[in-house]
Every structure is written in C-alpha cells, then in structure tokens.
Design a protein around this ligand. Structure first.
Ligand SMILES: Cc1cc2nc3c(=O)[nH]c(=O)nc-3n(C[C@H](O)[C@H](O)[C@H](O)COP(=O)(O)OP(=O)(O)OC[C@H]3O[C@@H](n4cnc5c(N)ncnc54)[C@H](O)[C@@H]3O)c2cc1C
Ligand code: HEM
Ligand SMILES: Cc1cc2nc3c(=O)[nH]c(=O)nc-3n(C[C@H](O)[C@H](O)[C@H](O)COP(=O)(O)O)c2cc1C
Length: 1051
C-alpha cells in the first residue's frame, strides 16, 4: 500500500497557488519541505505538481529509463519564444533533435578552450570598469556580471558585440528577458480569467524585443559573412548527420535566443553568489587568493591554468551546491510508477519537480553543516567520491546543460582575474543573502567595493549601527578631514552593534585636542595595509569567539600572517569590548589581535584594555584606558594639544530657527517593516509586549534569528535637551566637525532629527564627560558635586544611569555649547530582538516579545529604555527600519524535527523558544513526526507574566507539542515550590537527564544572570550523575554539551 503524498490545504479552483511566494517561489519550496518533509504535492489551478526534496528521491528520479524532462509551468510559457529550441523543445520534436546533434560538439571542452581570447576580451572590460570607478565606488556585481555574461555568450558564440559595458542603465534585451521570465512564471499560476484581465501586451512586447535581437544578429551575419567557426556559422551552414537536414531560419533564431537566455542568466548568478560566499568566508577567499597568486602571479590566466587550481574548482563546485542558480528541474514518469522504494504512487505524465536547492542541503549526503559554504568538502577527491547524482546544478543526462564547459571556463576566468586584480569587500558587512528569482536565482541588494590591489591604502568606515543597505555609499563616513592638523593617527574598529564603533569615534574625536589628525575605518579596511606613519588604535568586540562582521577578513588575514617581522614599524594599542558571560571566549578577538600584532613584529604602545559590557564599570574602564593612551601617545609622539579643555570638535551653527518644516524622509523604503499588531502580554508588573511585523519586501527570517532595529529616543528626552538649551523643536542647524563623525555634517538638518535618531541621550555620563562638565561649571557647589560623582563613579553614575543631560538639568550653572554636548553623546546603537515566530507559521511576518524598560521609581526623569520604548509605542501601520540578522549557527531548531529539544528561559527569553515551538506545532499539524519539547520558563506569577500561556502556549501544550515547566519567583507554590528556572531544573532533573540520553538539543535564552543560574544547575546534575567534584563537573559540562547546548544572552 502506498502512502498519500502530503499536500497543504487547498482553496477551491486555485488550489495551492497562494502557498507559493509570488516573488521568490523558492522560499516557499524551502518552507514547504521543512513542513512536509521529503515529498509534497501542490495543486496549481487544477494541475498536480509533486516536489521531491531529498537526495534519495532525486537520485531515483535521475533515471532516463523511467523519467524524462517535463516542460510545464513557467517553462511551458517560455516556449512562446523558444519553441522547440534546445531548452524548451521535447526529444520527440525534430527541431530539438537537429539542434542537439549539431550544437553539442560546438560546446565541447576543446571548442570552448578556443574561445578563451574572446572571453578575456569581455572580462577585461569588466576589470577596466571597476578600476575606472575607483576604490570607493559601490558596485553592483549582479548587474556587471550580467553585462559580462551576456556580452560573452553573444561575442563567443555569434561574434556579436552587445557592448553592454558601454550602455547606460539596463540593457533592453535583459530588461525584456527578465520581465518575460517573471511573467512566464506568474502566468503559470494565474487563472485564465485573471490572465484575460491582465492582458498580453507587455508580454508580447518583450517577446518582440528578444526576437528582434535574434533576427538582427542573423541578418547582420548574412549581410557580412565571416569564416569564423562560431556557433552561428554552425547553425547557418551545417547539416545534421542523422537526417541530413539543416536548421531553418526560425529554428536558428529561437536557438540563438536560447543561448542568450540560458547562456548568461545562470552564469552571472553563479559569479555573483560565488563572490558573496567568498566575502562571507574570509578563510576560503584567502586560500583562493593564495592559489591565484601562486599559479598566475601577475600574468593573464590561460585555459590550461585552471587545471592547476584545485581550490578554485572546489569553490565553484561548492557555490553551485549551496546556491544552484537553476534551483529546480522538472521530470515526469514514462509510466505509472512508485517513488521512495514503493512508498508513493505517481501517475505517468504528472509533473515532478526535483528541488535541487533542497537536495543540495540533504544532511544525509552533506552532513549537519550543509548550510555552510565550505569548499573543502569538494577537495582532495571528495567531489569525485560523492554518491551519484548528489550534485546536479547542471541538470541530468541527455537534457543536461550543453553550456557547462563554456560556463565553467568563463566563471573560472572571471573569478581568477577579479581576485588577482582587486581587494573586494562587502559594501555593507552585515549584508546577508537575499534572493531575486526569475527562472533562475541571483543575490539581491548585494553591493561591493573593488580596490585595485596595487592602489594606495584607503580606509573605509561602515557604521555598525546602520541598517541601510544597498547603493548608498557607506564609505562616505571615512575621513581624515582636511582641516585637521597634527600627526596621523589611525583608529580601526570591529563592531556589530555600535559600541566599539562609538569608542573608536571618541578616540578620533579627541585626537585634535591631543595634536593628532585621526582617520577612522573598519578593521576590514586595514587588511594588508597597517599604517606605519602614526599610531594604530584597534577597538574591537567578539561574538561567540568570532570577530564582528566588519572585522572578519582582517582577523583571518592576521591569523595567517607569518614571521616575526611581518608588521615592522607598526605601533599599536588594542581595546576590547566583551562580555564575561561568554566566559570561554571573553575578549577572544581583542586578545588575538593584541598577541598577534606583537608576535608579528609590531610594537605595543599601551597594555590591552578590556571592557566588560556586562558590568557597570564598562564605560569607566574605557575612559581610563583612553586617558592612559593619550598620555603615552602625547609623550611618544611629542605632540601638544589643548588637552583637558572643553573639546571643540563640533561646531553647531543655526541656519533656520524653525519656521520651515523639513519634509525629507531619511529612511530607505525598501527596508521598512510594517507593524501589524502591538499588544501587552502582561497583566501587571513590568510590561512585556507582543509585536507583529510584516517584514520588508524580499526579507526572510528563520526561527532563532534576530531583527535589528535602529530606534529613536523617546520624544520626552528630546524635549528635555531642547528645553535645557533653550531651543525650538523646529531649529535647523549645520554641524561641522574637525574629526570624523557619524553625525550628518555640513548640511542643514533639523536639530530634532539629530537628537531623535543619531545620538544616545540616556547613556550614563563617562568620567571624561564629568571632567568637561566640571570645567564648565560656574558654581563651586556644582564642581564639588561632580567631583563626588567621579569619586564613586560606578555607584553614583553608572548604577543610577545618570546621563549628561540629567546633570545639565540639575545644574543650570554649567555652560557648554550644544556642539560639546553632542560630542559627548555616543551615536545611536541598533538594538536586537529575537524573533519569536517561525516562518512556517507565516513567511512574511515575524513577531517579537519585548520587555519594556521603564523605571517607574524615578517619576519624571525615569529611565526609558530607548529601543524597548520605541517599539512599545509603535502602532499598527507604523513603518520601522529593520534588518534580519542571522543568529549563531547553533541557535536554530535542529534540522531533523524528530530531535528532542529542552529549552530554558526567563521573561522575554521565551522569544526564540516560542518560534521553535510554533515551528514544531506547524510540522506536527501537517503530519510530520516531531520530537518532544520541554520548556522551563521563569516568570513572576501565573496571573502576571506567564506569557502566552492563555493563548498559543496553551494550544501547543494541548497538541502535545510542548511540556511547560514554569518557575514563579513570586508564587512558587504554583510551580511545585520552585522560584527560579534553575530550581525547577533541579527538581525535574530526571526529565532533563532522560532528554539528554535521547540526544536532545538544549537551548538557553534570557539575561546573563539567568543563564549563569541555569548552567549552575546543569553542572550540578552532571556532578550528581557522574559522582565527580565541582571542577570536574564543570569540565564535563563543556564536553557533554559540545554542539548540543546553545545560549542566547540578551544583556
Ligand atoms: C541577541 C539579542 C537578542 C535580544 N532579544 C531580545 C528579546 O527578544 N526581547 C527583549 O525584550 N530584549 C531582547 N534583547 C535585549 C534588547 O536588545 C535591548 O537591550 C533591551 O530592549 C534594552 O534596550 P533599550 O534600548 O530599551 O534600553 P537602553 O536604552 O539600551 O537601556 C538599557 C539599559 O537599561 C538598564 N536595564 C536593563 N534592563 C533593565 C530593567 N529590567 N530595569 C531597569 N533597567 C534596566 C541597563 O542598565 C541597560 O544598560 C536582546 C539582546 C540581544 C543582544
Ligand atoms: C553556471 C552556469 C549554468 C548552469 C547552472 C546551467 C544549468 C542548466 C540546467 C540545470 C539545465 C537543465 C534544465 C532542465 O533540465 O530543465 C541546463 C540546460 C541547458 N543549458 Fe545550461 N546552465 C549554465 C550555463 C549555460 C550556458 C553558458 C549555456 C550556453 C552556452 C547553457 C545552455 C543550456 C542549454 C541550451 C540547455 C538545454 C539543454 C537541453 O535541454 O538539451 N547553459 N542548464
Ligand atoms: C550573540 C553575542 C555573542 C557574544 N559573544 C561574545 C564572546 O564570545 N566574547 C566576548 O567577550 N563578548 C561576547 N559578546 C559581547 C559583545 O562582544 C559586547 O556586547 C560588545 O560590547 C559588542 O560590541 P559592538 O557593539 O561594538 O558590536 C557577545 C554578544 C552577543 C550579542
């Protein structure tokens, strides 16, 4: 008896059309596979389509005795242009057969090697363009590679120059083709009556644009024949050895367009994805670069070189595995048959889609790290040893890609040349892959810088706190302003959430007052070019022991520098931002930088500073380190400045006292999410909220990911500043700075806008701030108060969160300029919130669960957390600038839904757990087998903040998806006497141990303190079970939880 193939619930007439994302259907296929598993079917307007997602099923389908290529859906629509030509013809059609036999040899490896010079001709045009645009330009690789591959296929196969690199804007052929392919896909899921309303005019116009180009190329060749043995001459003059027939004019034109379409979309996508993967994997990029340099040196690549470049080959294999640019192909059974060893019955003629994207991630073949780009899995015979048909980005059998050798050589040439000539970097280091889909897929919104390798050093700053991506030139904040005088000083930072960047900014701002002229840049901009003409200050953070996004290439480069004199003449100082909650990797990256600089021959100027963001003394530690730094620098470099005076770094000039209202909207619309719901979850006590957003278009998120938002200060606090300085909220100013800054400078801007969005108003004053305020106080009473604050800084200022603003309000006799005030404030940081939903619930919506920080104890000036209050005050319909950030690789629900899961959390730490449980609830509802979930949840009381327990959580408990073990700190009688999560863990230790033995995965989320308590209880269980000492239990904890225990800490 065969099993039914699962299918999502269908709507009458249209079936499952709405189950597919209109813009990127691939996303839906991935989520449907997660929901239903190895196989599922969809009803699209009455036609049943079966999707297969695992290697085992796709391998079974790769058998020409049982299955043949099937042209259905969007591909059937493409036949409107390509007819019986190679891609869309059927084996039974004469036109297809003749073209196949004539053209196959023309694309053999030997023929393709003969095209090398022509390929290089076009490749050089790309190199020239990037070199001409210069190191600071923001380049769009998808666009440039499309120009390159279209020109290459046209020039190599038809000796026709499209000259895309000399055409402004999008090429008409590409525009028509893109719209045509998208429309073809839409038509296949559009009911006929709707199609009639949409009309065909644009579709037909696009077809005409494409066929006109085909006809023009043929006509030009007929008017000007050549002897060249190219593809076009083969089509015009050869005879089919089997039938003796030639190709008719129609067939030539259709095949010509086939080559223009099939021959450039996929290759340009492959090039763009490969550059993306390499930039996100600095280790792979470094190895590739080393191979290119050793094989090619400075000379141009020849076809023979690629055989000596195994790493390049592995990179290309791996890129096509992880991101196959043709992510699916269609077949159908020749006769009624079964799949999966008799499990599923399929009728002959039913379209079956091999979801190549999904099967290229099947853990059965690729292991648990299938989502990682790791060329090593293709090296040293491993590619050759793969199970048959496990890697099939080029299709299969007689209907496999005819252009494979062509694409391979073209892509190898371009990659080798680009990385031989340029240092390539991401324009936005936090960019994560977004996809655009037509018939094929490509990265979307992906931009790079390409700096000629021989060029002089240019450092670029990319604000960690920006969420804006895309064509905006992020490097514009780089600067060594001309008006700065003094010895050069270089400040480099590695920062994800803006703290290290803000500290770097403060060093740079202070530089002029110590006689230095500062440049500021990301660590990644300093790869291979550490300056020696001035001190180098490095301020950097660590994330799970890894570098920040904008320091990844730098750290990889530094790790692989060799020799004890690799950094001669470099004099440096390092300050690390870290958090001791990550005990094993506390300060990992700053330590590494500090040690390696010394080992490679650089000279340390001051001892490494280490700030612990988890403690109250964080800012003070930095202040003290900075003060020590300036002391040493001034002495070592013999500089003199106005040290200690009120720093005149910023000047704020009023240009309009507020009669004209600014209308400029600073956000980039493409990244705006929309609030759909914002409700309170708690009955009383500290407020927690559930907020649902519609994601920005084209954005996706996995359970466990975060959103990063760039918040705004509470209007109350902005008013407080304006009132203290006696300014209007309509005031327009021009800010000029003598040092680099992330404030908007040299252009009129509303003061309200600056105070709302660019600076943190609520941070505690630093000790340096206190010094400046002291110098500017008129009254002795104030001076002595400030001295007292400084004397017991941690208790008096940090713990109470006394801000500069608060001090200014309390002491009207302190007179400082607005510029000085702005200079004291750190730039606005992004805030991160764990996503508390699963894409299986809704792929385009997310929810977050937020604790609103509002200190009711201090009435009027009570602390209002910037991010949480910004979110709390959003209303349905509001637009919010946001970006999805991937969480650590381990903090996702296990790939196999049968794996048991144990979760520990407190308060809003429930957020990611809610997403995990929701994911399993959907999977279970759809009939998948799911493993047990055990949730330990710390709250105050059942009638106060037992989040979601009346609603979703209750439902999931009833479904048998999750077993909830609460711990009520203020109503322990309701939780079996347990006050805290750690108590409940100990009480229910038998269940925790049993889950461990069943290979469960463990997750903890919440504050650092909660995480410490939870860990202590787990160590205690190990101590008991194994009968060992505390120290040994701690050691065991490290061993037994390796790869099975992931934490996410909020503070
Ligand atoms: C990876 C990650 C995921 C996160 N996910 C979530 C999430 O899902 N939900 C969530 O609510 N938060 C989450 N956070 C925390 C969140 O990013 C913010 O830090 C938090 O909302 C506070 O930011 P704020 O701007 O409101 O406060 P800020 O203006 O930054 O002020 C915060 C300061 O307030 C003080 N403070 C902190 N907590 C309290 C308190 N309870 N009472 C009084 N004072 C306090 C502290 O001194 C802290 O430095 C996450 C953080 C990280 C790093
Ligand atoms: C990285 C680049 C490329 C990839 C990933 C790729 C992928 C594929 C795939 C998957 C198929 C099979 C489609 C199916 O089964 O429906 C295919 C077929 C085809 N490809 Fe490619 N291709 C690439 C480059 C090229 C190039 C450069 C050309 C032309 C020079 C080309 C021409 C064709 C043609 C004509 C077919 C149809 C073959 C047939 O049905 O007989 N491709 N390609
Ligand atoms: C997900 C995550 C992982 C972290 N991992 C570490 C770590 O391994 N070691 C460490 O010292 N600090 C760690 N931290 C703390 C950060 O380094 C610290 O908050 C730092 O101030 C962030 O700097 P930034 O704002 O410049 O990015 C981590 C923080 C987060 C949010």
């Amino acid at each position: 008896m065969s099993l039914p193939i699962p299918q999502p619930p269908a709507i009458p007439f249209i079936g499952n059309v709405t189950a597919l994302d209109k813009d990127v259907p691939l996303f839906s296929q991935v989520l449907l596979a997660k929901t239903y598993g190895e196989i599922f079917k969809l009803n699209i307007l009455g036609t049943t389509l079966i999707s297969c997602n695992t290697y085992a099923l796709c391998n079974e389908l790769s058998d020409e005795k049982r299955f043949k290529k099937f042209i259905a859906g969007g591909l059937l629509e493409v036949r409107h242009v390509l007819g019986d030509a190679l891609f869309t013809g059927t084996a039974e059609e004469d036109g297809y057969g003749i073209a196949h036999r004539l053209l196959m040899p023309a694309f053999g490896t030997i023929s393709v090697q003969g095209m090398m010079d022509d390929m290089r001709d076009i490749c050089d045009q790309l190199i020239l363009k990037w070199a001409r645009f210069g190191p600071e330009a923001v380049l769009d690789p998808a666009d440039d590679f499309t120009r390159l591959t279209l020109d290459t296929i046209a020039y190599c196969s038809m000796s026709y120059r499209i000259n895309s690199f000399y055409t402004e804007g999008q090429m008409p052929f590409v525009a028509a083709m893109t719209d045509f392919l998208i429309e073809s896909d839409h038509r296949s899921t559009r009911p006929r009556v709707v199609q009639a309303l949409v009309g065909n005019a644009k579709f037909e116009k696009d077809i005409k644009t494409m066929t006109d180009l085909g006809d023009r190329i043929v006509a030009e060749r007929q008017a000007h024949p050549t002897e060249k043995k190219d593809l076009l001459n083969t089509m015009l003059h050869s005879r089919d050895p089997k039938t003796g027939k030639g190709m008719g004019d129609d067939s030539i034109s259709r095949n010509l367009i086939t080559f223009l379409i099939a021959g450039h979309e996929t290759s340009s996508g492959m090039l763009t994805f490969t550059v993306y993967h390499l930039l996100k994997t600095p280790d792979a990029l470094r190895k590739l670069r080393a191979e290119i340099d050793s094989v090619l040196g400075d000379r141009p690549a020849q076809a023979e070189d690629f055989g000596k470049m195994p790493y390049l080959k592995a990179v290309m294999y791996e890129s096509l595995r992880l991101t196959p640019t043709a992510p699916k192909r269609g077949v159908t059974a020749l006769e009624d048959t079964t799949l999966g060893g008799g499990k599923y019955f399929v009728k002959a003629g039913t379209p079956i889609i091999l979801q190549v994207w999904n099967m290229h991630r099947d853990p059965a073949v690729w292991g648990d790290d299938a989502e990682l780009f790791r060329p090593e899995r293709m090296l040293d015979g491993k590619f050759e040893a793969l199970p048959s048909n496990a890697w099939q980005p080029f299709g299969f059998g007689t209907r496999g890609c005819i252009g494979r050798p062509f694409a391979w050589q073209e892509v190898a040439l371009v990659l080798a040349t680009v990385f031989q000539k340029f240092d390539v970097s991401l324009a936005d280091p936090s960019y994560t892959l977004q996809i655009k889909q037509t018939l094929t897929i490509k990265p979307k919104g992906f931009f790079i810088h390409a700096r000629p390798r021989t060029g002089k050093a240019v450092f670029y700053a990319t604000p960690a706190s920006t969420l804006r991506r895309g064509a905006e030139d992020s490097s514009q904040v780089t600067s060594t302003p001309q008006q700065q005088k003094g010895k050069p000083l270089y400040v480099f930072y590695g920062s994800n959430t803006g703290t290290s960047e803000a500290f770097a900014q403060r060093v740079a701002n202070a530089a002029p007052s110590h006689g230095f002229s500062a440049s500021i840049g990301t660590l990644d901009s300093a790869v291979g070019k550490i300056p020696t003409d001035g001190p180098v200050v490095i301020i950097t953070a660590s994330f799970e022991g890894q570098p920040a996004d904008n320091a990844a290439s730098f750290v990889d480069w530094l790790r692989h520098l060799e020799g004890s004199s690799a950094l001669p003449g470099v004099r440096y100082a390092v300050f690390g931002c870290g958090n001791s909650d990550w005990a094993a990797t506390y300060q990992a990256i700053p330590k590494l930088c500090d040690t390696l600089f010394e080992e490679r021959g650089a000279t340390r100027l001051v001892s490494r500073g280490s700030g612990d963001a988890g403690t109250a003394a964080f800012f003070q530690t930095f202040d003290e380190w900075e003060a020590g730094l300036w002391e040493v620098l001034v002495k070592e470099y013999g500089t003199a400045g106005n040290q200690g005076k009120e720093s005149g770094g910023f000047e704020v000039r009023s240009v309009d006292s507020g009669k004209e209202r600014a209308v400029a909207l600073r956000q980039d619309d493409a990244l705006l999410g929309r609030v759909l719901e914002n409700r309170v979850l708690t009955r009383h006590g500290p407020v927690k909220r559930h907020i649902e957003f519609e994601l920005p278009e084209g954005t996706t998120a996995r359970a466990g990911d975060y959103i990063a938002i760039l918040p705004q200060n509470p209007p109350r606090d902005v008013h407080r500043v304006l009132a203290r300085f006696g300014l209007s909220n309509e005031e327009e100013v021009v800010i000029s700075a003598t040092g680099p800054t992330s404030l908007p400078v040299n252009k009129p801007v509303k003061l309200w806008e600056v105070l709302t969005g660019y600076v943190e108003l609520g941070q505690p004053a630093t000790t340096r701030d206190l010094t400046i305020l002291h110098q500017s106080a008129a009254e002795e009473k104030t001076k002595s108060h400030l001295e007292a604050l400084k004397a017991s800084y941690t208790d008096a200022v940090v713990s109470k969160r006394i801000s500069v603003l608060q001090i200014l309000e309390d002491h009207p006799d302190i007179s400082i300029s607005l510029g000085t005030f702005l200079q004291m404030l750190p730039s606005m940081r992004v805030r991160q919130y764990s996503i508390s939903s699963s894409p299986l619930w809704n792929p385009s919506h997310i929810t977050v669960t937020v604790s609103v920080i509002a200190d009711s104890a201090h009435a009027d000036n009570a602390l209002l957390g910037v991010g949480s209050n910004y979110l709390a005050n959003l209303r349905p319909g509001d637009r919010v600038q946001m970006a999805v950030r991937p969480c650590a690789a381990a903090f996702h629900p296990p790939a196999d839904p049968r794996t048991p899961v144990v979760m520990f959390c407190a308060g809003s730490g429930i957020a990611p757990m809610r997403g995990f449980i929701q994911e399993r609830a959907v999977q279970k509802a759809m009939g998948r087998e799911v493993g047990s979930m055990l949730l330990f949840f710390g709250c105050r009381a059942p009638d106060q903040d037992f989040l979601y327990m009346d609603t979703e959580l209750k439902q999931w408990v009833e479904m048998g998806v999750v077993d909830v073990r609460p711990a009520f700190s203020r109503a322990a009688e309701g939780s079996e006497g347990c006050k805290y999560v750690q108590d409940r863990i100990l009480k229910d230790r038998a269940d925790v141990s049993a889950a461990y033995r069943q290979d469960a995965m463990f997750f903890t989320c919440g504050s650092g303190n909660a995480a410490k308590g939870i860990k202590a209880s787990l160590v205690e269980i190990i101590r008991e079970v194994r009968g060992v000492s505390d120290e040994e239990a701690m050691e065991w904890f490290g061993k037994v939880t390796m790869g099975r225990y992931a934490t996410d800490i909020f503070d």
